[in-house]
Design a binder for this molecule. Structure first.
Ligand SMILES: [Zn+2]
Ligand SMILES: [Zn+2]
Ligand SMILES: [Zn+2]
Length: 540
């Protein structure tokens, strides 16, 4: 049973018990008590109106007046008018037109008339009261459908739930083309959302997540097969020093790249590789940079490589590595597995990067003559989620790699491999690609399991609408087109949810089969009153 039906049934039973159950206490059921009070109040109003109308009329009547039919008719008309007016003054819905038959009655003694009418009303009251005694939960007729359903709909809203936190949509069933929207959002772990590849429940609200720039979620419009195909896409770029001394390596890259691809396909037959090439020389060389953006065609790659001549360099020992890194960052990376394979036998300019080699740009330690900064170049590659491998050919590049690692703050960026034999180095590349695919598949499988888009939203025809599996939270609209999640920097209801998560952590973990880790101690100091107050602040 879904949570709406569960809550609805519970409420129905609870309310019915309160209204109609008479076993527990000696009093009659609440519903009948309420009916009695209402009937009693109504009767009092009617009685007052009768007395008022009669007194008014008796006061007006002249002793000697003849009771001609006209006079009698006028009198009864006045009585009805006064009676209705009095009730209407007391907000009682009544209409003079209801008294058609009374107009023809032959009333002369209004004191007697009053007594009669009151007696009759009291007899009706007794009948009415006894009628209500026979009403139970099964026989009760509500004027506009069950009030419990109406309350539930107000409280619960539409059955669509926020894809992240599972909070129900606030609009009623009649959506009128509006997007789904929630009155509040909750920590995503409340709805059973885990962090990627873990069993850790997310403690952040979704409306906080959509305010971030780098958090991503996986798309459930993708089938497992699509996810697995996507996870096997690889962009492999070669970054090569193409000065004269690199002749041998260039030849090997050209000759071995298809073997790399074969090796990967051996393991993952559906792997899909694109290759790109960036070659660099030095500042004053003709063709400082040669570049080919990603292609699926090995033939075009090979023919491009055939035209590359290892030449240039020579004026000093260092080369324009910065220029090469810049171009590598500008390639059109799209695959989830991104590898940059860098081969070089000389370091970049700047005395910081080498042990006193011949360098005409010794001072280019942080910024080169074209204004490129190593900090920015490394940052860009990292942001692109590129795995950067450096094939070490000799010892001259050691200091440069150490500096690059310092700049990236990551001892594996670049990841150094021995390229004294280029063919072996390419083997390492093939293995790295295979590992990367393997990891992507694992991660994506995890993620696929945790994001649940509510049944109402899973529109089959929309299935292939999303081009990418990963979406940034801030771009959630591109995937969840019919949702409105207002970004928030501090969720107003967060105190309530902190209290909730802290006090119901055991239940939450059991419910979702996950863990709530490192909950701040301060959450434990929030008491119920504070928690409620944060809700009140939000909703009033
Ligand atoms: Zn939400
Ligand atoms: Zn909705
Ligand atoms: Zn999507």
């Amino acid at each position: 049973m879904d949570s709406f039906s569960y809550a609805n049934n519970w409420m129905q039973k609870y309310v019915e018990k309160q209204l109609f159950d008479e076993k527990k206490c000696r009093q009659s059921p609440k519903y009948i008590e309420e009916a009695k009070i209402k009937i009693g109040n109504t009767m009092q109003l009617v009685e007052k109106a009768i007395v008022f109308a009669t007194n008014n009329l008796i006061g007006l009547t002249k002793e000697k007046e003849k009771n001609t039919p006209e006079v009698k008719n006028a009198k009864i008309k006045t009585w009805i008018k006064q009676f209705c007016k009095n009730l209407q003054d007391n907000q009682f819905p009544i209409n003079n037109a209801l008294f058609g038959t009374l107009l023809d009655s032959n009333v002369t003694d209004f004191t007697n008339f009053q007594e009669n009418i009151i007696t009759q009303f009291y007899a009706e009251q007794t009948k009415l009261k006894s009628h209500f005694k026979s009403i139970h939960s099964s026989t009760v007729k509500w004027e506009r459908g069950s009030p419990i359903n109406q309350i539930m709909e107000k409280l619960w809203g539409y059955t669509a739930q926020c894809p992240f936190c599972r909070e129900p949509c606030m609009w009623m069933h009649n959506h009128e083309g509006k997007s789904h929207k929630c009155l509040q959002h909750r920590p995503q772990g409340v709805g059973g959302q885990f962090w990627l590849g873990t069993k850790e429940l997310v403690m952040e609200n979704c409306n906080l997540m959509v305010n971030t720039t780098n958090q991503k979620f996986g798309c459930t419009r993708w089938t497992w097969e699509e996810v697995s195909n996507e996870a096997q896409k690889v962009d492999l770029a070669f970054l090569l020093d193409i000065t004269a001394s690199m002749h041998g390596i260039i030849k090997i890259v050209k000759g071995e790249v298809d073997k790399v691809i074969d090796k990967v396909k051996n393991e993952y037959p559906r792997a899909h590789l694109r290759v790109a090439f960036v070659g660099y020389r030095d500042h004053w060389n003709y063709e400082r940079i040669v570049k080919m953006d990603f292609t699926e065609s090995l033939i075009s790659f090979s023919s491009f490589m055939s035209k590359i001549k290892a030449s240039g360099g020579g004026f000093d020992t260092t080369e324009d590595v910065f220029g090469g890194l810049e171009e590598a960052g500008n390639l059109s990376w799209t695959a989830p597995n991104r590898l940059l394979m860098h081969f070089a036998d000389a370091p970049c300019h700047g005395s910081r990067f080498h042990e006193g080699l011949w360098d005409r740009y010794k001072k280019d330690n942080y910024k080169d003559i074209k204004g490129l900064k190593i900090k920015d170049l490394i940052k860009k590659l990292k942001e692109l989620d590129i795995k950067y491998y450096f094939g070490k050919i000799n010892e001259s590049t050691n200091k440069m790699i150490t500096e690059f690692k310092k700049v990236s703050g990551d001892n594996n960026f670049p990841h150094e491999i021995d390229a004294s034999c280029a063919a072996t180095a390419l083997n390492v590349v093939a293995e790295s690609i295979t590992l990367s695919i393997h990891q992507s598949i694992l991660e994506w499988r995890e993620r696929q399991n945790v994001i649940i888009i509510s049944k109402n939203d899973k529109n089959k025809s929309n299935k292939m609408k999303c081009k990418t599996f990963w979406h940034y939270y801030k771009d959630y609209k591109s995937c969840l087109t019919n949702w409105d999640i207002a970004p928030d920097s501090i969720a107003d209801t967060f105190q309530y949810w902190q209290w909730f998560m802290y006090n119901y952590s055991k239940e939450l973990q059991e419910l979702h089969g996950g863990e709530l880790r490192d909950m701040p101690e301060s959450w434990g100091t929030i008491d119920v009153e504070k928690a409620k107050q944060s809700l009140r602040n939000h909703f009033t």
